[in-house]
Design a protein around this ligand. Structure first.
Ligand code: TYD
Length: 200
């Protein structure tokens, strides 16, 4: 059944929207699962620790990307594929597009190689729908101040990441959402799109 992903730069608000969507689907008695990337499996959570460990500050960009891809591959095999096969909804907090944006554009590895390795890692399992929550500099800085995240990169890096997301805007599955709007208004948009695409 459907694979739905949420994407955006740090502070875009996707985690809040995923929580709202989870409540909504629970109410509707829809069978669904949510996973976060990197992580979502025992092996993936260990990879996540390596990636988010601030003492690993000398990590090579290629190493970084391959670790994200490794976590993704494990998640698809262990969780995503089997659940889609039995007709469950699978919701992912970040997926292939995060690597295109962060590693391909942010770190400069390029879109071509990132897409190729993404396809290798996922056996070409693409999302049916991707919600891209777009925010601007002002919103980013406001939300990052409140979050006090050590690993948070600055706006210059996020600008490059956004270029990556911009490069995906023509894709059919890619739904652009204004992440600066009120939480409830954003959620309403998401539900409208879901109802349009799936029998909810
Ligand atoms: P996390 O704390 O989960 O951030 P968020 O709540 O914003 O998703 O950390 C995930 C970080 O990993 C985030 O900064 C984006 C980055 N990331 C990549 O660089 N490439 C990827 O492929 C993925 C999945 C995440």
């Amino acid at each position: 059944m459907p694979l739905i992903t949420f994407e955006g730069i740090d502070g875009c608000g996707k985690t809040t929207q995923i929580e709202k969507l989870s409540d909504y689907l629970k109410n509707k008695k829809v069978n669904f699962s949510v996973f976060r990337e990197p992580g979502g499996t025992k092996i993936g959570e260990k990879i996540r620790e390596i990636l988010l460990d601030s003492s690993n500050n000398n990590m090579d960009e290629k190493t970084e990307f391959l670790l994200y891809a490794a976590s993704r591959s494990q998640l698809v095999k262990e969780q995503v594929k089997p659940r889609l096969e039995v007709g469950e909804y699978v919701i992912l907090d970040r997926y292939i597009d995060s690597s295109v944006a962060y590693q391909g554009f942010g770190r400069g590895l390029g879109k071509r190689i990132v897409t190729l390795i993404n396809e290798f890692a996922t056996d070409m399992i693409y999302p049916d729908l991707t919600f891209y929550l777009e925010i601007d500099k002002e919103t980013f800085e406001k939300r990052m101040r409140n979050k006090d995240r050590l690993e948070a990169e600055g706006w210059e890096f996020m600008k490059k990441v956004m270029e990556g997301y911009n490069s995906l805007k023509g894709t059919k599955r890619f739904i652009l959402i204004d992440g600066r709007e009120q939480k409830d208004k954003i959620f309403q948009r998401i539900i409208e799109e879901l109802e349009k695409h799936f029998a909810l």
